[in-house]
Write a protein that binds this ligand. Structure first.
Ligand SMILES: C[S@@+](CC[C@H](N)C(=O)[O-])C[C@H]1O[C@@H](n2cnc3c(N)ncnc32)[C@H](O)[C@@H]1O
Length: 218
């Protein structure tokens, strides 16, 4: 079994392209239907629990989850979404995610594509960036970060969650990408970090807290 999601078993490095070697993820899914142990590890269950607990709304209308992998977090997000749009580079991963998420019918769509090249049109109430941005180079991350404000509804939020430990295969660390997000014009509303992972939530601008929305405070 591989390490938790930040640390896959090193794969042979084919021809380099962009930020990760060509075929890196395809090779991983050719060896396993769950290369990071999303369905097995407590690390992953805990990460998902932290992620879901940090979301400030009980339900969202339109949600985008790039890098959805085999759809384990997606299945939890589907319970809180009217429409969930999942995307992943790997056709094997999206086939497995589509099977797992079929129970949600046309409320959930799963597409094979690249976060950078195939960013969807329109605005989202929630964008989930979980264990994804450190696969991009810094320039590409800046491009994604620039897109976020225009891709969110006025009340929309972005949650980013990344493994913090060093992975030699990856162009950036989790802290690198979170530092870029923190330095962006997005409004930082919540954060959590420990030795293993970092989680941050952003909105386009200031908005009422959960307690304010429920009239618990003035
Ligand atoms: C470590 S998994 C994360 C899965 C899930 N987000 C989670 O946290 O459980 C990373 C996934 O991102 C996908 N991925 C990597 N680069 C991508 C890109 N540029 N566009 C879309 N998906 C990408 C990989 O194929 C892989 O399935």
């Amino acid at each position: 079994m591989t390490q938790p999601s930040g640390t896959p078993t090193p794969q042979p490095a084919p021809t380099p392209s962009r930020s990760m070697p060509d075929g890196y993820f395809h090779t991983m899914y050719a060896h396993s239907d769950d290369p990071w142990g999303f369905t097995q590890r407590f690390y992953e269950r805990r990460k998902y629990a932290l992620t879901l607990a940090a979301l400030s709304a009980e339900r969202y209308h339109r949600v985008f989850e790039p890098g959805c992998s085999i759809g384990v977090l997606s299945a939890e997000l589907a319970l809180r979404s009217d429409q969930l749009e999942c995307l992943d580079l790997s056709p094997r991963a999206t086939a497995l995610a589509a099977d797992r998420l079929a129970v949600y019918g046309d409320r959930v769509s799963v597409r094979t594509g690249d976060l950078v090249a195939d960013w969807p049109d329109g605005r989202f109430d929630l964008i989930v960036l979980s264990e994804l941005l450190y696969y991009l180079d810094p320039h590409e991350v800046d491009g994604v970060v620039e897109r976020l404000s225009d891709a969110l509804t006025p009340d929309g939020e972005v949650i980013a969650v990344h493994w913090r430990r060093k992975v030699p295969d990856y162009p950036q660390s989790g802290d690198d990408v979170h530092d870029r997000l923190i330095a962006s014009p997005l409004h930082h509303v919540a954060g959590y970090s420990d030795a293993d992972l970092r989680l941050d939530v952003f909105t386009v601008g200031p908005r009422p807290s959960v307690a304010q929305r429920e009239n618990l405070v003035g």
